[in-house]
Design a protein around this ligand. Structure first.
Ligand code: ADP
Ligand code: MG
Length: 225
C-alpha cells in the first residue's frame, strides 16, 4: 500500500512559492491499475516522483508498505525504491553506451547479483518483452518502442510491487504506444500495480481507477479502489 496523507510539495522560485502538490490524500493498493490525468503543470509528475521516492514531499506523511518514508535520507530512499518500485519515463532514460541487456541488468549489478545469473535473468526479461533479437543493441540502434520495452525490462528486473510510468507513450507512435500499454497491462495482470500518468484520454480510460489532478490537488478519484 502507498498511503499519502496531507502531502505537499512546494517549490520556492524567487519570491514565489509553487504548490506543486497541495495536501494530497490518497491510498494506492497492491495490484491496482491507476491513471493520473490533469492539465500540464497540475502536479502529475511531482505526484509520481513522490510516490516513486524520486522526490521528497515538503509536508505530510507518506507510508509505503506500512513504513513512514517521508523523511528518509537518499540512501534509505534508494533502498526502498530498489525493493518496491520500478519507474519508466517518456524519454526512456536508458544509458546510451550500454546494450539493451546491460541496461536491463544494471539494477542487478548495483544489487550485487552474480554475473551469470543477472545476464540470464535480463535476457529472459528482454525475451518476455519481445526483444530476444536485440540484446546486444545500444539504445541508438533501437526504435522508440523498443527503447521503452528495454526501460520496462530495467524497471521490472527487481520484481517491484509498483510500476510507475510518466507519459510512457508520449514519445511513441500509436502502434508502439499500444504495444507498451499491452505489456504494462500484462504486468498488471501478473500482479504488479501500475500507475500511469498520461494526457491521452484513450490511454487513461484503460485503467481501472482514474485520478484527476488540478493545481496540485486530487479533484476526482473514480473507479475501483
Ligand atoms: P505536470 O507533470 O502535471 O505537468 P509537474 O508535476 O511537472 O506538472 O509540475 C507541477 C508544478 O510544479 C508546475 O507549476 C511546475 O511549474 C512546478 N515545478 C515542477 N518542478 C519544479 C521545479 N524543479 N522548480 C520549480 N517549480 C517546479
Ligand atoms: Mg509531467
Amino acid at each position: 500500500m502507498m498511503e499519502l496523507t496531507g502531502i505537499c510539495r512546494e517549490y520556492v522560485v524567487g519570491a514565489e512559492t509553487v504548490h506543486a502538490l497541495d495536501h494530497v490524500d490518497v491510498r494506492i493498493g497492491a495490484g491496482e491499475y491507476v491513471s493520473i490525468m490533469g492539465p500540464s503543470g497540475s502536479g502529475k509528475s511531482t505526484l509520481l516522483n513522490v510516490l516513486g521516492l524520486l522526490d521528497r514531499p515538503t509536508g505530510g506523511t507518506y507510508r509505503l508498505q506500512g513504513e513512514d518514508v517521508s523523511h528518509l535520507d537518499d540512501d534509505a530512499l534508494a533502498a526502498h525504491r530498489q525493493r518496491h518500485i520500478g519507474f519508466i519515463f517518456q524519454f526512456f532514460h536508458l544509458i546510451p553506451r550500454l546494450t539493451a541487456l546491460e541496461n536491463v541488468e544494471l539494477p542487478l549489478v548495483l544489487a550485487g547479483a552474480a554475473p551469470r545469473a543477472r545476464r540470464e535473468r535480463a535476457a529472459a526479461i528482454l525475451e518476455s518483452v519481445g526483444l530476444k533479437a536485440r540484446l546486444g543493441h545500444r539504445p541508438d540502434q533501437l526504435s522508440g518502442g523498443e527503447r521503452q520495452r528495454v526501460a520496462i525490462g530495467r524497471a521490472i528486473i527487481m520484481q517491484p510491487s509498483y510500476l510507475l510510468a510518466d507519459e510512457p507513450t508520449g514519445n511513441l507512435d500509436t502502434r508502439s504506444g499500444g504495444e507498451i500499454m499491452q505489456i504494462l497491462e500484462q504486468l498488471n495482470r501478473d500482479g504488479i500495480a501500475v500507475l500511469i500518468v498520461t494526457h491521452d484520454p484513450a490511454i487513461g480510460e484503460r485503467a481501472r481507477r482514474h485520478l484527476k489532478l488540478r493545481d496540485g490537488k486530487i479533484v476526482a478519484d473514480l473507479g475501483e479502489k
